[in-house]
Design a protein around this ligand. Structure first.
Ligand code: SAJ
Length: 429
């Protein structure tokens, strides 16, 4: 039994792309592990050892796990360690939406046993654990944090679809309000993860790390997206320029422009920091502008298509457009905040007729194959750089009599398409 002394039973709240791997990993390392989710269908799938996600590691781990999934929060009273792994999206006005975290705390609070360690993995802004989570748990349990139970924050760092970095080898950071909670949380993660577990100076620092690391990515993407819009007017290929800059072995981290920034992290987490700082009297102008630039990319993409159609003598209204890709990034089936949604809406507002195809999201696709979606389309917009779309050739486009290809992920060979006589439009190239 590799687990830490006195922490035998683990309960994971939320069996999504974050919670389920953690539950499987705890079970694999000798903990008595159970997971609680409000989605009965997901609970049933997991108990039948069917994966709710297209993830190979999860599929393999499910085949040899003794993890029990349930919808019953009464089970919480058995747990020595509880990890809360529920989504923290934003509302339409970009304000943090902590409903699921608060609901999870209200559900577990009455069942906390003395000595339990509660870890929040969901992404939140600094101050949330102290000002929202702690009062709910103390109020519901009548226990005192730091004496009767312990509270820590270890922000999730799952990268869906990543073949190299996974829950076992990604370093983590942990923060707590006091030494015991910190030591126990560090020991828990060190018993699971073969990578550095860095204790932070405070719980607020741990909350800040996650929003900072994802805001860092958002501003870097905004930087190249702005360059793409500028270079598309200057006749410079931004992708070649970034690749050129990336030959500098230090102080340059390449990011690439595209038709938009989707997912549950990057377009969401900066707002947690922006809104929290605003409540405390500081306006993050730079983070806000970066969000605006990235949010503008779907419109920029649609405009590129409209101009290309006009230059070919076609008005966008009434044109049939094939959308290749619905998910927010390659080889995943997650459509949260995907730019496809904005692009489809804007095309339809302009009077275009839209047909969609995503091999990873077939249930939401209106066409069921690549050939199907290309048939009758006058234009194509690549929104997600799935392998199937990266393999599209000029002859496939020409044989379906498609006139224009807008490569929203710059994932095709521009010169190959141009020399084949296809009207190719990239993002900044
Ligand atoms: N994107 C760009 N240009 C880029 C990189 C991404 O337009 O250069 C777009 C993608 O197309 C996608 C969105 O941004 O629509 C987000 O892409 P992502 O690669 O950041 O994928 P995520 O959202 O799964 O981000 C996760 C994050 N991991 C965690 O939050 C634990 C993020 O911190 C990682 O940096 C990222 O994976 C990663 O590096 O792959």
């Amino acid at each position: 039994m590799k687990n830490t002394v006195g922490q035998k039973t683990v309960c994971i709240i939320g069996l999504g792309y974050v919670g389920l791997p953690l539950a499987l990993l705890a079970d694999k390392n000798g903990y008595i592990t159970f997971g609680i989710d409000t989605d009965f269908t997901k609970v049933k799938m997991i108990n039948q050892r069917n994966t709710p996600f297209s993830d190979e590691w999860i599929k393999k781990s499910l085949r040899k796990t003794s993890l029990v999934a349930t919808t019953d929060f009464n089970q919480v009273k058995q747990a020595d360690v509880i990890a809360i792994c529920v989504p923290t999206p934003v509302h339409i006005n970009h304000k943090p939406n902590l409903d699921l975290v608060e609901s999870a705390c209200c559900s577990i609070g009455p069942h906390l046993k003395k000595g339990v360690l509660v870890i929040l993995e969901s992404t939140v802004n600094p101050g949330v654990t102290e000002n929202i989570i702690l009062p709910i748990l103390e109020g519901q349990s009548k226990l005192i944090c730091g004496e009767d139970f312990y509270l820590a924050h270890c922000p999730e760092r799952i990268n869906p679809g990543d073949k190299k970095w996974n829950i076992v080898n990604i370093p983590r950071i942990v923060g707590s309000f006091e030494k015991t909670g910190l030591a126990r949380a560090v020991a828990f993660y060190r018993s699971l993860i073969k990578a550095d577990i860095k204790p932070m100076g405070s719980l607020r620092e741990a909350e800040a790390v996650k929003v900072v690391e994802n805001s860092f990515r958002d501003i870097n993407i905004a930087f190249v997206n702005e360059l793409a819009m500028s270079f598309s007017l200057l006749g410079i290929d931004i992708v070649n320029v970034i690749d050129g800059a990336a030959t500098k072995p230090f102080a340059f981290l390449p990011h690439y422009p595209g038709c938009g920034v989707g997912g549950h992290c990057i377009p969401v987490d900066p707002y947690y920091l922006i809104e929290y700082a605003k409540e405390n009297g500081f306006h993050h102008k730079f983070l806000t502008v970066a969000r605006k630039i990235n949010n503008r990319m779907p419109k920029f993409t649609v405009e590129q298509l409209r101009v290309a159609l006009r230059d070919s003598g076609l008005e966008i209204s009434g044109v049939k457009v094939a959308i290749l890709g619905l998910s927010y990034k390659p080889e995943v089936d997650d459509c949260r905040e995907s730019p496809a949604l904005a692009i489809i809406r804007q095309l339809e507002e302009l009077g275009a007729s839209v047909i969609t195809y995503d091999p990873h999201v077939i249930e939401k696709s209106t066409a069921k194959s690549l050939s199907d979606v290309l048939t009758g389309a006058q234009a194509v917009v690549i929104v997600t750089a799935h392998a199937e779309f990266r393999a599209v050739t000029p002859s496939m486009i020409l044989q379906h009599k498609v006139k224009i290809v807008v490569d929203g992920r710059n994932c095709l060979d521009k010169d190959q398409f141009l020399s084949a006589g296809v009207t190719y439009v990239g993002i900044g190239r």
